[in-house]
Design a protein around this ligand. Structure first.
Ligand SMILES: [Zn+2]
Length: 498
């Protein structure tokens, strides 16, 4: 775990702030100083006003300028927020994340934020929550496998959000800290290399989580998975010497009579493509193929930590997809847990197979809804790029919950249709169904259509994080590597679940 920073709130006059740095936000072309900033300016010999004039600081989005002083606050940081009309909580979160990275890189361990200057038209509570998330997600680093100069790794210790409203924002800080922690632990485990994070390792990790958070934890090994007749899951797993596991985690925060919400997460700890081996460079980063499972585990952990009033069951099939003499093959027919026979056409479309069995298992538990999270398709990149995550849904009320959570959590989702036409492409000549549709056509949807065969009549949503699980850039709340996709989204949904 690499996150050591904490966020607190305080009520102090700006001129009295003592941290080594103070962040002040300015909208574009609105660089005048209010009463409080004027007082600060005076205290520091007009350093702020003369800097703004002399250096033509405009408040452009992304502009971060430091004014160094040799008393009290050592570094007064002017942060550009861009045009006020275009300002949103996403800009707030990402701008504060960028400024936090800048503070860390300049070896500043403690800094303050003048909340009023970042508030725009939003509620202070929402600003505090998004600012805290911005800081804690923004300064994340994965340094576990670096052995040199460990003591030189720069870290933020504490950020203080200064608000003069007199509120303490305890709930917002508690929520943001728990969610950021879940996001960062999700990133840690996804970033953990595949030679370490095998199915067995991830299962052991889940056991630890369960013990600490008082969750019920059941782990099925390969023999049990086999005797349960999860033929699709076994088929995918059989090429690897690292044997499969299935983790079931349960949390009861509401009355036992309330049906649980099931979260199913795809957990392929390394996806080589199997006999349909992925060529370079597509085989890189395939440790991220466990992203759905890892997110699901940390979501239930955070729900328990926050004692949310919901019942949740997490089901994660974990295996490796490898080529060997025992691998499953194209043209094999596998028999799924629910009895459906499946014709295999491409061993690299393995995620939907392990999900098929996990989804039927989830449906058997009669939950009020099933949500699956999966790095399922490369086609997700074509649909929405890196900006957002495609999903499908069979139920109006679940759809509303997800869209609402998406807007509030700032994790962008976009729904795709489940039209009948797509089902035809899954017809098989030899089995009940084929597991892939026609090459190059609506890949996210045909994968979803396949999964739909295994959820029965339970309200269901499938979230395809094939692209958004990973970031190529270190910008705003993102750092290079795993993103922790869906953690903020589903935490928001669970928080509001009634
Ligand atoms: Zn694959």
């Amino acid at each position: 775990m690499n996150q050591t920073a904490s966020v607190i709130t305080a009520k102090v006059g700006l001129a009295k702030a003592k941290d080594s740095a103070l962040l002040i936000g300015f909208f574009k072309d609105k660089t005048g100083l209010n009463a409080e900033l004027s007082e600060l300016d005076k205290e520091y010999g007009n350093a702020v006003s003369s800097y703004i004039k002399g250096n033509s600081f405009k408040g452009d989005k992304g502009e971060i300028k430091s004014i160094y002083a040799n008393k009290g606050i050592k570094n007064i940081v002017l942060v550009g927020l861009g045009e006020e009309e275009k300002y949103g909580l996403d800009v707030l979160s990402n701008t504060i994340a960028d400024a936090s990275k800048r503070m860390r890189d300049s070896k500043t361990e403690n800094f303050s934020i003048f909340l009023e200057s970042f508030k725009g038209r939003f509620r202070e509570e929402d600003c505090v929550e998004k600012a805290a998330l911005g800081i804690l997600m923004g300064v994340y680093q994965f340094t576990e496998y670096k052995t040199k100069d460990k003591d030189k790794i720069k870290k933020i210790r504490q950020a203080t959000i200064i608000s003069n409203s007199g509120k303490t924002f305890d709930n917002e800080i508690k929520y943001a800290s728990a969610v950021a922690d879940a996001v960062n632990k999700t990133r840690d485990l996804i970033n953990t290399p595949p030679n370490v994070a095998t199915p067995e390792y991830v299962a052991g990790y889940a056991k630890e989580i369960a013990k600490k958070s008082n969750l019920k934890c059941t782990i099925f090994d390969e023999k049990q998975i086999e005797s349960m007749k999860m033929g699709c899951f076994i088929g995918v797993s059989q090429g690897s010497i690292n044997k499969p596991r299935m983790i079931v985690l349960e949390y009861y925060g509401a009355a036992k009579t309330q049906k649980p919400i099931a979260i199913v997460g795809k957990g392929v700890t390394f996806d080589s493509g199997g006999l349909n081996l992925k060529p370079y460079p597509y085989i890189l980063n395939m440790k991220d193929d466990k992203g759905g499972a890892v997110a699901a585990m940390h979501i239930i952990e955070a729900c328990a930590r926050l004692r949310l009033a919901v019942n949740i069951i997490v089901i994660t099939p974990l295996c490796e997809n490898m080529p060997s003499g025992t691998s499953f093959r194209p043209d094999d027919v596998l028999k799924a847990y629910n009895g459906t026979t499946v014709e295999i056409k491409n061993t690299d479309a393995e995620g939907r197979l392990i999900l098929a069995d996990a989804l039927s298992y989830a449906a058997e538990k009669k939950p009020q809804a099933i949500i699956d999270i999966a790095t399922l398709t490369g086609a997700s990149l074509i649909v929405l790029g890196y900006a957002g995550t495609p999903f499908v849904c069979t139920d109006e009320s679940l759809r509303k919950r997800l869209n609402n959570a998406s807007a509030k959590s700032l994790e962008k989702l976009w729904e795709l249709p489940l039209w009948q036409e797509y089902e035809d492409s899954l017809k098989s000549d030899v089995a009940d169904v084929k597991h892939i549709g026609d090459e190059g056509e609506a890949g996210v949807i045909t994968a979803s259509m396949f999964l739909k065969n295994f959820v029965g009549d339970i309200p269901w949503a499938h979230i395809d994080i094939g692209t958004t699980v990973w970031s190529k850039v270190d910008k705003g709340i993102l750092t290079k590597g795993a993103t922790g996709a869906t953690v903020r989204l589903l935490m928001e949904m669970m928080r509001e679940w009634k």
